[in-house]
Design a protein around this ligand. Structure first.
Ligand code: SUG
Length: 450
């Protein structure tokens, strides 16, 4: 199916007031390195909003997904902590303090893991499809999907245009981490494209070859493609070498958009990659941009998060004039900086501009610019059907930044999560967000239902 006037809209996760460094994500080197460091939630959220402002200033349509309600007391209740909210917090702090970090995690900020999205040009029923990721590999993220589903239903509530599914079953065989492992490749946004699904393990994978978890499974990717009526799907396995070096998602070692796929030499086993590329070439004029390990080592790629840059077509959708929104860490890493400088000189590839953005608070938990956003390709009609509360202009960014400044702490340690006063603060912040967004009548958060 071909539709005109389609564009890619980035929906960034608005970073919540409970952003902290819990050391919760094994295989994510930054999360382990920064475990238990004091975070700055206020700076984190302001950095995220400034990144959104950068895209708006460059002429892109930008949306956001609100932070989830944290702490998730329903999870503590299921674990046997009952009673009034503040009692649940204090008894958990006494009996099992490690659970507080799990239920307070602001990890829903990494919207690239919120869901997998299939644009209407690629689905069988002409609607945009969303499947929330079950994120079952880590406990603090496995609790996200019920609220993700509710939020997606609030943002994309029009069932004539959008289909929001439930997550695939939270069973080990179906580990799903969402769009971070899914790249939609196409000639132009309105044309039918291909879903490239990258997975870390399948039934044949020798698990002893993985020192870190292969979070995405082939079975989950297949289920999502089936559920979305994805017309053309291609599957490719991540190299164990990449996972073991800290590429816990494909978007740590590859990024694609339009006809371009940029990837690290060691992201995939060479023969498997060639086969997948050959299949893709049957559907579109694929351009591949391989970054060689001699130029940028896997370690430098993972430290700098070069591949977690946002790869964007020009604001008017021109795929021959692309840009990278890269983390500042790429400018500071000499091998990566040199690669970028060389790439910009090379007009055989389409990247023409690079903007560096400071998202260090998120980077310290292993989330770069691309982790922070969920890409949704929308036609004019579909864009008009999105809940306008979640679409941004600079004035609304100012309003959200004021909201952050009113409510967020500039220092947060894991020990602070036991403080009942902190619980009151974050609930007040979310209540105020509902007011600021004019969403009082809509059941966005669980607390609005009780
Ligand atoms: O799932 N970090 C996230 C980072 C997700 C990045 N997303 C993409 N690559 N798309 C994760 O590992 C750390 C939380 C902590 O340790 O407090 C965390 O969950």
């Amino acid at each position: 199916m071909t539709t005109t006037n389609a564009r890619e809209v980035n929906f960034d996760g608005l970073i919540g007031p409970t952003h902290h460094y819990g050391g919760l994500a094994s295989g994510n080197l930054a999360s382990s390195r920064n475990a238990l460091r004091t975070s700055n939630p206020r700076e984190a959220a302001l950095q995220g909003l400034e990144k959104m402002r950068t895209l708006i200033k460059l002429g892109y349509t930008q949306g956001f997904l609100p932070p989830q309600q944290r702490p998730d007391l329903s999870v503590l209740s299921q674990l046997g902590f009952r009673g009034p909210d503040e009692h649940i917090i204090s008894s958990t702090a006494q009996q099992a303090p490690e659970l507080l970090s799990m239920v307070y995690s602001a990890s829903s900020m990494w919207a690239a893991n919120a869901a997998t999205v299939t644009p209407s040009a690629d689905s069988s029923d002409g609607r945009v499809h969303f499947t929330p990721a079950n994120l079952l590999t880590t406990a603090h993220r496995a609790i996200e999907h019920p609220q993700t589903e509710r939020i997606l239903n609030t943002v994309f509530g029009n069932s004539d245009h959008f289909a929001v599914h439930s997550a695939v079953p939270s069973i080990g065989r179906f580990g799903d981490e969402g769009a971070a492992n899914h790249t939609r490749l196409c000639t132009s946004y309105g044309d039918a494209g291909v879903g490239l699904f990258v997975y870390g393990r399948d039934d044949q994978t020798d698990l002893s070859s993985l020192t870190f978890p292969g979070r995405q499974t082939l079975a989950a990717s297949e289920a999502v493609a089936r559920q979305h009526g994805t017309q053309t799907a291609v599957y490719l396995q991540q190299a164990a070498q990449a996972i073991n070096a800290g590429a816990f998602h494909n978007d740590v070692v590859a990024v694609g958009n339009g006809p371009l796929l940029m990837y690290h030499q060691h992201a995939y086993q060479a023969q498997a990659a060639e086969q997948a590329f050959e299949t893709l070439r049957a559907y579109l004029p694929l351009q591949t941009l391989c970054v060689n390990a001699d130029d940028v080592s896997l370690q430098d790629a993972i430290k700098s998060y070069l591949f977690n840059s946002q790869l964007l077509a020009s604001a008017d959708g021109d795929m021959s004039k692309m840009r990278l929104i890269a983390p500042s860490e790429c400018e500071e890493n000499s091998a990566v900086r040199k690669w970028i400088e060389r790439a910009l000189q090379d007009h055989n590839q389409p990247i023409r501009n690079v903007e560096f953005v400071d998202v260090r608070q998120s980077m310290s938990n292993g989330g770069g610019p691309a982790c922070l956003r969920l890409r949704v390709v929308l036609t004019d009609e579909q864009l008009a059907a999105v809940n306008p509360a979640f679409l941004l202009d600079e004035a609304k960014i100012d309003v959200l930044q004021d909201w952050v400044k009113r409510h967020y702490r500039d220092q947060l340690s894991v020990a602070d999560l036991a403080d009942v006063q902190f619980y009151r603060e974050v609930m007040t912040a979310l209540e105020d967000l509902i007011t600021v967004l004019g969403l009082k009548g809509q059941a966005l958060y669980p607390f609005q239902l009780s």
